[in-house]
Design a protein around this ligand. Sequence first.
Ligand SMILES: [Zn+2]
Length: 343
Amino acid sequence: MRATVMFGAGDVRIQKVPDARIIEPTDALITVTRACICGSDLWPYHNMEPSDTGRHMGHEAIGVVEALGADVRTLKVGDLVVMPFAYSDGTCVFCHEGLNTSCIQGGFFGSGVNGAQAEAVRVPQADGTLFVLPVGKDDKLMPSLLTLSDVMATGHHAAITARVAPGKSAAVVGDGAVGLCGVIAAKRLGVEQILILGRHPDRIALAKEFGATDVVSERGDEAVEHVRELTGGLGVHSVLECVGLEQAMLTALNIARPGGTVGRVGVPQDDTIPAMRPTFYNNITVSGGPAPVRAYIEELLPDVLEGRIKPGRVFDRVIGLDEVPDGYRAMNEREAIKVMVKP
Ligand SMILES: [Zn+2]
């Protein structure tokens, strides 16, 4: 089969690889009908050391179940399923607590287990991982349903961990697909004032359609000053940090009002969190992490099916598998917000 393999920074290739197959009795094999390129795929695209064997990319997908291991109970061949970026058994203590990304038997697609920017993918812990969708494989809602594998659920996690609440204020740092979904999530959870920090006109326009009330296009100290102006000098109750770079985190911490919370979902590119002293004196809570996507699908799905939220609008390019290398380039150069792949 064909799959996306990254061999080093900027070096993404479509390769002929051994067919994905069932290995464990708890596995499912799915034929990928939709996949996509994630903002977090751009981190190795920037800094991956050259590798002879490469890394199989992709952690977001919708697909059709082709085969099942002997122990899988809740799925059947032919089911259309959405695949969260992490697999999980659904039965351990952390899964029961709704923190599937810490599953004792869990892991992440594209690291250890092969990725989903491919014709097919092996899904470990299929019963606990996959969620059956009640639509056909070419349903018009497919873009929005695909965001339930990562970006919409991740934006929701940013909002939840930032403790957004009706009538309160929130700021979203980052105008990528996750940040835009964070705007949707904040609006959906009743936030009144939603600030978007970003500077790409097409993304800002979408953020406004999704519910952003104010735009902060400055960076650093100027951004902090602008947020203060918009919030009576106080800062915001909740900050959704959707980038992962030190500068973004510093801005996030500096715009939270005393007692406020930063929910971070951008994959951190540094080992330390800045602003130790001011965040101590301001009683700032730093929260967040990888979204337990599987735990959120049930809650978000009805809003997608009934059209109350349209996170699929973050996709502004659709390509075939052979065009994936150019898809990485387009996202890296900010030519595309998010690229959908139809293998
Ligand atoms: Zn578990």
